[in-house]
Every structure is written in structure tokens, then in C-alpha cells.
Design a binder for this molecule. Structure first.
Ligand code: SF4
Ligand code: SF4
Length: 383
């Protein structure tokens, strides 16, 4: 193992990102016990913290890029160590020196696309609202009930455009006066920040905040838990606060107000996968289940790893852009868990989860036995 030692900048970066909290680590190893990586290959956050504390981090290696920022180990660490902040700080150092191992190079492509087009998928900025062309979705105007912030994957990815369409249909059916920002919308910046590109995050956040303010935005509906997390918990760093609501929460509101009326029954066995950034990072566990439980005929069954113990799909922390060998994908395990409890549908509410699950569905040849759906896709079938 090659190390850059002693790398004082690592210590400084970590101090800046998370204070001196890493010094509290007493090397108990609990983080390694709960980390999903150790279901597929050896990985030690405990060791990363130990090396970082002495400035001996191997910043050119693969390990600093593994953490999916799933939030499992920070929630259980007996000493309150901020493992995610430490991982991000190490990535900031690697990014500054352009030290990217082969599996991470595609994250660099995503970063370039974010800088030039405002999305990580190399989509043309001008085509951001093309998914809505035939749906007569209005551009957002001041005074509307809410802005629907669509997000990058739902705007450009062919599979995820179906979720954007389902969401727009639901909002229209409930009579919500909403609009979208189209090519004025930029990536929320959550994931690129976790890869250590702090300046790119700041530029994206400032662009969105300016657009929100210029357009008089107050209430924002989001589909992605990553947008939800960063608008709610990270944009306040810029001294702004918007009323952010995840679509699962908004569906509960619409149903309670009698605005969203569902027709017919849905006689399927469904299990719900808690996305890390909806559940563990923001405590939203009940809303999606409330929505599913309101559907006549639908049988909601739980996987053993659910709620705060949900298994990460593998897509957080910018991992969605990095290469993960087939035998190391958490999403394969998740699909097997869903199939194991007898579910016909694995439902969730996050573009990264759906992207990873659809790929695993193909890899495992599960096409005939398990469907993957966003909760809005299920609801839109009942309008
Ligand atoms: S769980 Fe906390 S205290 Fe224990 S090794 Fe991990 S970071 Fe250190
Ligand atoms: S946050 Fe999740 S992926 Fe990262 S080290 Fe902790 S348990 Fe592992």
C-alpha cells in the first residue's frame, strides 16, 4: 500500500469539514460491522479514520471513494464521529490533486456535465423540460401553489422520465396549481458535494437559490430524497429557507385533504425500500407507507432490513456515477430480499434506488418475478 505521509492537508481538511470529532474514535469497529460494504467485500471506515487522524491517508486509492454516505454508521457510533464528513474531506483532497482511481473516473465526467449543462447525465440544458412537452405542464410563475423541482434523473433518464410523468399526472389530477422551471432548473448539487467537489456544489446551489428567489418560489415539491436533503439541510448554509416537501409527504397531504381520489383496487404484494436520504438522513419513514396503505387491495409487506435499518442501494455519495463490479452491488442483495419476502413489486421513492434496482433486476433475471416502481407510478395507475 502506497501512502502519502504525513499528509497534513488531510488533517486540516477534516478539521474544516467536521471539526476534531474524528479524534473521539476509540476504534471499536462498530462502523465496520454495520457498513453494507462488508456484505460484499472488506472495507474499513475505522481504518480510514485511524489513518486520517495521523494524516496517513491513502488519498489516491479506491477506499476513500467507497462510502455511499448511507448514514448507517454515524447513527450507531458510540462516540458521535462524523464518518461521512471525514470521507468527504478525504475526497476533497483527492479532487484537488485530481487523484481519481479508474472506477471513479466516470464521476469526473458527471462533474464536467454539471459544470457545462447543470446535470450529471450529459443532457442538453435546453432539453431539460422535454419530458413534459405533451403533458401541458406550465412554467412556474410567482403565486402558484408550488414549484415541482423535477431533478436531473427524472428530467433526462428514460426510465425516470416515467416517474416525472406520473408525478405531473397526479398533481394535475389533484388540482394542484404547480409549475416547473425547465431549463432554469439546475442539479441540486447534493451528490457532487459528497464526491468532494465543493465549489461545483456551491455554484449549483447559488444558481438554484437565485432562480427560486427571482421567481418568487416558496413551496418546493421534490421527487428525489437527495434534492430534499440538500434543500432542507444544506441550502440554509446560504441563509435561505424554502418550504420543501418530498412527494411522499405531499401525497399524504393531498389524500388527507380529499384532493387526490384513487379509483379501483391494486391487488399486489408490495414491499417498500427506504431510501437513505429520505429515511435515515431525514426521518421520513411513515409517509410513503401511509400512501401505500391507502391503496385498496395492496398488501404492504416489510423486509427485515427496513426503516432505520434499511439496506443502502449503493447509489449515494456519488457512487451512482462510479463503477461497481457486479458481485459488489448492494442493490442485488436488496432485490433478493424483496423477492425473499414474496413481494411482486419493490416500491421506493428515489431516482438512484430505482436506477440501481432496475439494473439489478436485469442482472438477476428478475424481470418476470419482481417489478420496481416509484410510489407515484403505482398511484398514477389508479387515477
Ligand atoms: S463506530 Fe465510531 S468509535 Fe467505533 S470505530 Fe467507528 S468511528 Fe470509531
Ligand atoms: S455511512 Fe454507510 S457506507 Fe459510509 S462507512 Fe458508514 S455504513 Fe459504510
Amino acid at each position: 500500500m502506497e501512502t502519502i505521509a504525513p499528509f497534513l492537508e488531510v488533517i486540516d481538511e477534516i478539521k474544516e469539514a467536521g471539526g476534531d470529532v474524528f479524534k473521539l474514535c476509540f476504534q471499536c469497529g462498530l462502523c465496520d460491522t454495520v457498513c453494507p460494504w462488508n456484505k460484499v467485500r472488506p472495507f474499513s471506515m475505522r481504518r480510514l479514520i485511524r489513518e486520517a487522524a495521523f494524516g496517513l491517508s491513502e488519498v489516491e486509492g479506491e477506499d476513500i471513494w467507497r462510502c455511499t454516505t448511507c448514514g448507517t454508521c454515524p447513527a450507531q457510533c458510540p462516540r458521535g464521529v462524523k464518518q461521512i464528513d471525514i470521507a468527504v474531506a478525504l475526497r476533497r483532497v483527492a479532487t484537488e490533486y485530481e487523484l481519481f482511481p479508474a472506477s471513479v473516473k466516470s464521476a469526473r465526467t458527471a462533474r464536467a456535465s454539471l459544470i457545462s449543462e447543470g446535470n450529471p447525465l450529459q443532457g442538453d440544458r435546453k432539453k431539460r423540460a422535454d419530458w413534459a412537452k405533451d403533458l401541458s405542464v406550465k412554467p412556474y410563475a410567482e403565486g402558484m401553489e408550488a414549484l415541482y423541482f423535477v431533478g436531473c434523473y427524472l428530467s433526462y433518464d428514460p426510465r425516470m422520465k416515467r416517474v416525472a410523468t406520473a408525478t405531473a399526472k397526479i398533481l394535475k389530477s389533484a388540482g394542484v396549481d404547480f409549475g416547473i422551471l425547465g431549463d432554469k432548473e439546475s442539479c441540486c448539487g447534493e451528490s457532487i458535494r459528497k464526491t468532494g467537489s465543493e465549489q461545483v456544489f456551491k455554484d449549483l446551489a447559488r444558481a438554484n437559490i437565485k432562480t427560486f428567489i427571482d421567481n418568487g418560489v416558496k413551496k418546493i415539491i421534490v421527487s428525489s430524497p437527495h434534492c430534499y436533503h440538500t434543500f432542507k439541510n444544506e441550502y440554509p448554509e446560504f441563509m435561505v429557507n424554502f418550504d420543501v416537501v418530498h412527494i411522499s409527504q405531499y401525497l399524504v397531504e393531498l389524500m388527507a385533504a380529499g384532493r387526490l381520489v384513487l379509483k379501483g383496487e391494486y391487488p399486489k404484494r408490495v414491499t417498500f425500500h427506504d431510501p437513505c436520504y429520505l429515511g435515515r438522513h431525514n426521518g421520513v419513514y411513515d409517509a410513503p407507507r401511509e400512501v401505500l396503505n391507502k391503496i385498496l387491495g395492496l398488501e404492504l409487506i416489510e423486509m427485515e432490513a427496513h426503516g432505520k435499518n434499511s439496506l443502502c442501494c449503493g447509489g449515494g455519495g456519488g457512487r451512482i456515477w462510479m463503477d461497481t463490479p457486479r458481485e459488489e452491488r448492494f442493490s442485488d442483495i436488496r432485490l433478493q430480499q424483496a423477492h425473499g419476502v414474496g413481494a411482486q413489486i419493490l416500491a421506493t421513492s428515489c431516482p438512484y434506488c430505482i436506477t440501481n434496482f432496475e439494473e439489478s433486476r436485469l442482472n438477476l433475471s428478475y424481470e418476470a418475478v419482481l417489478e420496481v416502481k416509484d410510489i407515484t407510478e403505482i398511484i398514477s395507475e389508479l387515477l
